[in-house]
Design a protein around this ligand. Structure first.
Ligand code: FES
Length: 129
């Protein structure tokens, strides 16, 4: 029996299944929280679909980053915030909330997203679900 693949060969994962998108995802500003949920100095986790985001408020500036640690997948939004540094709750790797860079290895980055605050709503420029 011959298997027909819906995914082009060049886009398949190494296991031969699924796909790796070669087209940038569409992005749009999406409400993820309100300012009352994120007072100054707070760090929260937001779940949207299958994605996790970590939002923090650094001296009144709202920042958004991917919510999964690149080390072993710790939930960054459940970690700690000290100044502008988000620490993973599992093994304490520190990430700059503005750049996403790991403090001890700047080549290691967590995606960060543009944020707009409209009224009380926090809108984050994230990939469309
Ligand atoms: S999973 Fe985040 S530091 Fe290990």
């Amino acid at each position: 029996m011959v298997t027909k693949w819906a995914v082009p060969v060049q886009n398949r994962l190494p296991c031969g299944r699924g796909s790796v998108s070669t087209v940038p995802a569409n992005m749009s500003y999406t409400k993820l929280a309100t300012m009352s949920e994120l007072p100054e100095g707070a760090l929260i986790e937001v779940v949207r679909g299958k994605e996790l985001y970590a939002l923090c408020n650094v001296a009144g500036e709202v920042r958004a980053m991917a919510g999964v640690c690149p080390h072993h997948g710790g939930p960054l939004g459940q970690g700690g915030l000290e100044g502008s540094i988000v620490s993973c709750p599992w093994h304490a790797w520190p990430f700059n909330s503005k750049t996403g860079a790991c403090e001890f290895n700047p080549d290691l980055r967590v995606p960060v997203y543009a944020v707009r605050v409209e009224g009380a709503d926090i809108l984050v420029d994230i990939p469309d679900a």
